[in-house]
Write a protein that binds this ligand. Structure first.
Ligand code: ATP
Length: 359
């Protein structure tokens, strides 16, 4: 097997007494789009900066492309970083900004440099913008300039620190798709820091979820969404309702729903007899309408309705259960939107359950 382009082992980072990174071990393969995801303050930026060489590591090892990079300064690492605040020079032209990183490349003449700048601008969809003043660009265009400037140096690993967070929602979505396309096109390993779980799911091959300086889970988007390793990850990624349950072997009784068998991989922390909690995603429950027949149903009451146009999210309460569940339904022709207070029949399928130990 090829050695990973980024490999950390037992990495600890202290800021004085503050333990910012706790026993981080992680391998990122060449060509991966990898995201570090977690709430504010979990250490993801510290980890990215440690890979870049802007932060030292207190303990543990860090290898880039098989080489121990302890003490190696950022400009001698095979990495380059794109920051949230684009850090472009407003008084320079777009082409001068992009070509900035080439200024010390004595081996390239002006024509060769110009060609590289044009290639880089082309790559990020800014061909023809070279002569423009950087200060006259929109936020999205500035971010593209920053990307082109980082890519022109042909790093093995591009490190991106919340590069899209300053953009409005629509533009951010466009840039997410573009970044993904760009990464596939150039084939460079991208490591993205984000606190936006949707962004991480959309863009990444794999994601590391971090809390309080620790990695809680590393997995692909689907595995992370369907089989979160613990309740905290489950709550951070997407929406999930939790119902009290009782486990006995592989049989699980869920309050409000009923009893069914689960497979071992539905219990990420293992199955133990006794009190448990079952997590269910909104799309894995359904509201049974129009005489549809289902193997498992339970009666409930619509407690709240959130209408989103394409979808409606319902909160449905069960008799004697103090927490409602969230159920998402597509708004299709012939499917009326239910109202608050209406009786509802909830269809469920035990394959959609994730069983957590009682925390
Ligand atoms: P955010 O999304 O808010 O940027 P983050 O997950 O990237 O958060 P970090 O910036 O890595 O978090 O910070 C992790 C913790 O380390 C925070 O509690 C922060 O206050 C602390 N920290 C970061 N840099 C320093 C520093 N230079 N000195 C002391 N503490 C620091």
């Amino acid at each position: 097997m090829k050695s990973p382009i980024v490999a950390l082992k037992g990495v600890q980072k202290y800021y004085g007494d503050y333990h910012a990174l706790r026993d981080i071990s992680l391998e990122i393969a060449e060509g991966e789009f990898f995201s570090l995801l977690g709430p504010s303050g979990c250490g993801k930026t510290t980890l990215l900066r440690a890979i870049a060489g802007f932060e030292s590591v207190s303990e543990g090892t860090l290898h880039l492309d098989g080489r121990d990079v302890r003490g190696v300064p950022p400009n001698r690492r095979p990495t380059n970083m794109v920051f949230q605040s684009y850090a472009i020079f407003p008084h320079l032209s777009v082409a001068e900004n992009v070509g900035f990183g080439l200024r010390r490349r004595g081996d390239l003449n002006a024509t060769a440099k110009r060609a590289l700048v044009e290639d880089a601008l082309d790559m990020v969809g800014l061909d023809g913008y070279g002569g423009r003043a950087a200060h006259a660009l929109s936020g999205g265009q500035r971010q593209r300039v920053a990307l082109a400037r980082a890519l022109i140096l042909k790093p093995r690993v591009l490190l991106l620190d919340e590069p899209l967070s300053a953009l409005d929602k629509k533009l951010r979505e466009t840039m997410q798709a573009e970044l993904r396309r760009l990464q596939r096109h150039v084939g460079i390993t991208f490591v993205l820091v984000t606190h936006d779980q949707e962004e991480a799911l959309i863009m990444s091959d794999r994601i590391a979820v971090m809390f309080e300086g620790r990695i809680a889970q590393v997995a692909g988007p689907q595995a992370l969404y369907r089989r979160p390793a613990d309740r905290r990850v489950a709550e951070f990624i997407g929406m999930m309702s939790f119902l009290p349950a009782t486990a006995s072997g592989t049989r699980v009784e869920v309050a409000g729903l009923g009893t069914a068998e689960v497979a071992p991989d539905q219990a990420p922390g293992g199955l133990a007899d006794g009190a448990a909690e079952v997590g269910i995603r909104p799309e894995l429950l359904t509201l049974v309408q129009g005489g549809e027949s289902r193997p498992h149903t339970a009666p409930g009451t619509v407690a709240e309705v959130h209408y989103y146009g394409d979808m409606t999210y319902y909160e449905v309460a069960f008799d004697g259960v103090d927490r409602p569940v969230t159920i998402s339904m597509k708004n299709l022709p012939g499917r009326p939107v239910l109202e608050r207070g209406q009786a509802a029949i909830v269809g469920w399928d035990p394959r959609g359950w994730v069983v957590f130990g009682q925390s």
